[in-house]
Design a protein around this ligand. Structure first.
Ligand code: AMP
Length: 216
């Protein structure tokens, strides 16, 4: 069972992915996280990636396809992946299909978190990620405190592409390139719409019931 978590930037994909990993023992693949790792390594490629990311544009399909091939061909993760932020355009979706077939795996569902643009902007501007444990907080809606987070606050980090100008570009990129792939998955009867404006736990309850109803 492989699952795709779909939605605009700031829809809460990362937050729900953490819960799915914990409850269903899947392995999370966030292409955004893999790209940020490359940036941390300070390589030429990492620097190029950062400048594209900071403009709110998509990184080239060749780079993304290489990252995904590595994960799909790894027997450790066989048929137990949750994709967060991938695929981001039709070419990537078609490439994923080819590789899923090649490695004899299956996409079981595409979970689309539906959230409006105004909420996305507020969510992204307040977003903080703990670089130590990976938990995601929001300065306005769900601040980190000693009740929900045990790491030192110094690990709380804001992403360089989480600023107002880049968010608007990322949202445009989402509308033009990413949203159209929903039809591709709808035609395959894999698509489930989820109200991403609900409470985090309510969203997860819905996700849990969908996953539980799937054939593995
Ligand atoms: P995310 O962490 O998913 O919000 O992604 C942050 C940024 O990384 C995006 O705005 C893109 O610049 C880049 N990125 C992440 N995933 C992909 C992908 N599948 N294809 C192209 N670019 C991506």
């Amino acid at each position: 069972m492989n699952i795709i978590l779909f939605g605009p930037p700031g829809a809460g994909k990362g937050t729900q992915a953490i819960k799915i990993v914990k409850n269903f023992g899947l392995h999370k693949v966030s292409t955004g996280d893999l790209l940020r790792e490359e940036i941390k390594n300070n390589t030429d490629l990492g620097n190029k990636i950062k400048s594209i990311m900071d403009k709110g544009l998509l990184i080239s399909d060749n780079i993304i396809n290489d990252l995904i091939t590595k994960v799909l061909s790894d027997k450790k993760f066989y048929n137990r992946l949750i994709f967060d932020g991938y695929p981001r355009n039709l070419e990537q979706a078609i490439n994923l299909d080819l590789h899923i077939k090649k490695y004899k795996q299956k996409i079981s569902c595409v979970l689309s978190l539906d959230v409006d643009k105004e909420s996305i902007i507020k969510r992204i501007l307040g977003r903080q990620t703990c670089t130590n444990c990976g938990l995601i907080f929001n300065e306005y809606f769900c601040p980190a405190s000693n009740k929900n987070h045990s790491c030192d606050p110094k690990f709380l980090n804001k992403r360089s592409d989480d600023n107002e100008k880049t968010i608007l570009n990322r949202f445009e990129t989402y509308l033009n390139k990413t949203l159209p792939i929903l039809d591709f998955y709808k035609e395959q009867n894999l698509l489930y719409h989820i109200n991403g404006m609900a409470e985090i736990d309510q969203i997860f309850d819905k996700i849990r019931s969908i996953i539980a109803s799937l054939e593995t």
